[in-house]
Design a protein around this ligand. Structure first.
Ligand SMILES: Nc1ncnc2c1ncn2[C@@H]1O[C@H](COP(=O)(O)OP(=O)(O)OP(=O)(O)O)[C@@H](O)[C@H]1O
Length: 274
């Protein structure tokens, strides 16, 4: 079994306002998650707005420092005491995909130059190798390098640009990809292209994902594990089917019942086949 993700008593406290009359917000409150598996997995993190999902993503991505506690990814401590990898080693292990693909790239620079740069600087490849790595990564997301080369963000749809973001994330061959609301800004008709891409990359390319979302239907569709967050705490965690078909925590039931198309029990709207 491989330790894919573990958080140990992870806390993040934000302070707002001055010392006098300021307020503390516990964005992560003793978050404990352990995922061990022989196969790559998709771990969904669901919860309402403000529940701490993005703070968890940022902590795992080292964009925020935890107030206390640790995070381990594929046996490497990435946050908290004992976090050792250099920036480059870390980016070879964990890669991000953000919500808005238009913000991931400047509109004044061809997007393929970002992929090339990642191949050179993060993956440490030479020119020719980088070219091949970019081509392969784009092929992996169903795009052709020749059709991307020299083009700017404005020449792509949100869905295409998000696939290019995924391609960029694949170049250093990370073990874990952290995707924070990766489809919420994409046209509804195109969302499943990205979701199915994650599924295929898990099954065929051996990548694990932390998939942060409000969308319980897609979480159910692709996830192996689900963590339900509420007010900075993980209130329920376990195999996706068990958590979402038979929630044990009152908040999870409330969350599942709040889906507009359901009556009293949640039913997946998307088939697991295919
Ligand atoms: N930089 C910050 N400074 C102060 N408070 C913050 C900061 N970032 C997040 N918070 C607070 O921490 C809590 C958790 O926020 P977070 O963005 O992690 O939630 P979320 O579940 O990702 O929400 P959403 O689904 O809306 O993105 C919220 O109360 C938020 O206001």
């Amino acid at each position: 079994m491989t330790l894919i993700l573990k958080t140990e008593n992870l806390n993040k406290v934000y302070r707002r306002g001055g010392l006098m009359g300021g307020k503390s917000i516990s964005a992560l409150n003793e978050v404990n998650i352990t995922v061990e598996s022989d196969k790559p997995v998709v771990i969904a993190v669901v919860g309402e707005s403000g529940s701490g999902k993005t703070t968890l993503a940022k902590t795992l991505l080292r964009l925020e420092t935890p107030t206390s506690g640790r995070a381990i990814v594929y046996d490497t401590t990435v946050a908290g005491p004992g976090a050792t990898p250099s920036k480059r080693d870390f980016l070879g292990l964990v890669q991000p995909i953000f919500q808005n693909p238009f913000e991931a790239f400047s509109r004044y620079r061809p997007v393929d130059t970002y992929l090339h740069e990642t191949a050179r600087r993060v993956a440490g490849l030479d020119e020719a190798q980088a070219d091949r790595a970019v081509e392969e990564a784009l092929r992996n997301v169903g795009l052709n390098y020749d059709e991307i080369r020299g083009k700017y963000t404005g020449q792509f749809s949100g869905g295409e640009l998000q696939r290019i973001s995924v391609a960029r994330a694949l170049i250093p061959q990370p073990k874990l990809i952290i995707a924070d609301e990766p489809v919420s800004m994409i046209d509804a008709s195109r969302r499943m292209i990205i979701i199915n891409l994650f599924k295929r990359l898990r099954d065929e390319a051996g990548r694990s994902f932390v998939y942060i979302t409000h969308d319980l239907a897609t979480a159910y569709y692709i996830s192996d594990y689900v963590a339900v967050m509420n007010k900075g705490q993980v209130v329920e965690f376990g195999p996706a089917r068990a958590v979402m078909s038979n929630p044990s925590h009152a908040y999870t039931k409330l969350l599942l019942d709040s889906i507009p198309t359901t009556k009293s029990r949640w039913r997946p709207r998307v088939s697991r086949a295919g």
